[in-house]
Design a protein around this ligand. Structure first.
Ligand SMILES: Cc1cc2nc3c(=O)[nH]c(=O)nc-3n(C[C@H](O)[C@H](O)[C@H](O)COP(=O)(O)O)c2cc1C
Ligand SMILES: [Mn+2]
Length: 523
């Protein structure tokens, strides 16, 4: 079962020895981040039983609750989702594979025919299975309402994660110039809200979106809103601008049901509601209350809600920011968000995360997506048996997929399907291996690539949209992508000499040695 509030979730973690309280005063500027980085890369109390040989399976340390945050009024929780065990607890499942099974059961009975129908059915499963959000009159997130001058972001223990964050005087130059940008009026601080759901709707209220985007603090009531142009918040922004509006309501939501932070990161298509998906994961509809100063609804069980509006004619410098790529994302211009109110639960806890070179907390959030979306990926591309987004690929840089090869050049078909599939289309390196390979074992995968690929024959290079955080692509937002066909090549695939067999012992010998192992006295 998932948990109705962040506090309930943290209590559960503490009961299971998965949380440590830090009582001494600690600085939200860099110190908390440096502590968390170390903890996130250390062993977790409960690992991943089935995957114990795989990178990251037993990492993630413990969740941390900093009770005494220097110069701020709230305790800070971090790394609450940062291990296999903890992300499963947050999503109310025993294992991510079990959750993926639940998703595949839902989509199985349908027998769609065309590709379009398949896509529609695949996504419709949410509507069939989930529990829609419910509007309620009041919520703990509004126990305290701060408006006007008293809505001051400095009360929150907002982190500075990395030393050059927000420092535009540094050598971290701009990633591009935005011709469309109004001249920036403000320089940001190094502090970023990192684990919030950003709630927006389109102008006619026909669709609402929740996305996890970082928010850079510029002043007590001013922020920059970092949504990538490929994401739905940016889509809403463009819709409000096209409608000739000057302000777009927006809420930054911290805490709430334990499924919410994950749901905000899930790569759902623009027309599929994160709140519906969250209801499905939560097992009951997410309760929503009306905001106090803007026309939006937010989760009633949240710890803290920052209400306000995006000024559609004002942009701010945003960045640099130490990002999940392991590099600083360079500064750029992003929309200005003006705070009109901060509401919070009495004794609220401020949730945060840091990103950087993996493994970090977001690695496990990404793993949840990898597993939950496997049945949907299979529906779109039935060739896929399993896949992984390896730790070293920081999500968009690499996907490894395995197939049961049935016809020549099947791997290439799969590559192109991936490059056309939602957020996965941004994948820079696609590796395809045969069925017997464990894609979660990086050593096995690299062995297959190095051994089975002839670079003249088995590499596919294309161009197209790339994650905007990719600093290597020649242009901002698009560039080259490469596919490696590491499957066994068939005579029908061009110039292929006789292909040797991979070494392995026969079953008889293996069982014999297993049975006699102790007898040998080797240990
Ligand atoms: C910790 C974390 C931080 C993220 N920060 C951003 C961000 O600053 N901007 C962004 O556009 N996406 C960010 N993402 C990715 C989006 O949350 C994710 O792609 C999501 O599916 C977007 O939802 P949308 O399609 O509704 O926009 C982040 C993800 C995580 C896990
Ligand atoms: Mn969305």
């Amino acid at each position: 079962m998932a948990f109705p509030t962040l506090r309930d979730f943290l209590q559960h973690l503490e009961k299971n020895d998965e949380l440590r309280r830090v009582k001494v005063p600690v600085d939200p500027v860099l110190e908390i981040a440096a502590i968390s980085d170390r903890v996130m890369k250390s062993p977790a109390p409960h690992g991943h039983a089935e995957r114990d040989k795989h990178l990251g399976a037993n990492l993630g340390g413990r969740a941390l609750l900093f009770e005494n945050t220097r110069n701020a009024q709230f305790p800070l929780a971090i790394n609450a989702f940062g291990s296999y065990w903890r992300i499963c607890q947050a999503l109310g499942c025993d294992s991510l594979d079990a959750l993926a099974d639940k998703v595949s059961q839902l989509i199985k009975p349908e027998v769609p025919t065309s590709l379009m129908e398949k896509m529609k059915k695949g996504l419709d499963f949410l509507k069939l299975a989930s529990v829609p959000p419910k509007s309620v009159r009041s919520g703990i997130c509004q126990q305290v309402v701060l408006e006007g001058e008293s809505a001051d972001l400095r009360k929150l223990p907002i982190l500075q994660c990395w030393p050059l964050d927000g420092n535009i005087e540094s050598d971290q130059v701009f990633s591009r110039s935005d011709a469309d940008a109004a001249k920036p009026t403000h320089t940001g601080t190094g502090r970023y809200i990192t684990l919030a759901g950003i709630y927006t709707r389109n102008p006619d209220s026909s669709h609402r979106n929740v996305g996890m985007y970082r928010v850079q603090v510029h002043g007590p009531r001013l922020c920059a809103m970092h949504w990538h142009m490929h994401h739905d918040g940016a889509k809403h922004y463009r819709a409000w601008k096209a409608a000739g509006e000057s302000k777009m309501p927006l809420a930054v939501v911290l805490g709430g049901e334990s499924v919410l932070p994950y749901a905000a990161t899930a790569p759902l298509p623009p027309n599929v509601s994160e709140l519906l998906f969250a209801g499905f994961l939560n097992g009951s509809g997410i309760e929503l209350v009306k905001c106090k100063t803007i026309d939006l609804e937010v989760p009633a069980n949240a710890e803290i809600v920052i209400e306000g509006y995006v000024d559609l004619n004002q942009k701010l410098y945003e960045g640099p920011f130490g990002d999940h790529t392991g590099f600083y994302s360079l500064a750029d211009f992003y929309p200005a968000f003006h705070v009109t109110a901060i509401t919070h639960r009495r004794d609220a806890i401020y949730p945060a995360t840091i990103v950087g070179q993996p493994p970090m907390e977001d690695y496990f959030i990404g793993k949840a997506t990898e597993r939950i979306f496997l049945p949907l990926l299979k529906m779109l591309v039935p060739d896929v048996i399993d896949y992984t987004l390896p730790m070293s690929g920081t999500f968009h840089n690499c996907a490894v997929l395995k197939i049961r090869k049935e016809y020549p050049q099947q791997a290439r078909r799969l590559m192109h399907a991936i490059w056309g599939a939602g957020q996965m289309s941004l994948t820079k390196f696609v590796v395809v291996v045969d069925e017997h390979v464990d894609v979660h074992d990086e050593q096995q995968v690299l062995f297959q690539v190095f051994a089975n690929v002839d670079p003249l024959r088995d590499v596919e290079i294309v161009k197209g949209p790339i994650d905007i955080l990719d600093h290597a692509s020649i242009e901002y937002g698009w560039g080259g992508k490469i596919g490696f066909d590491a499957t066994k090549k068939w005579p029908g695939e061009g110039q292929v000499r006789a292909w040797p067999r991979e070494l392995s012992f026969d079953d008889l010998t293996r069982t014999l040695v297993d049975k006699r192992w102790r007898e040998y006295g080797i240990g």
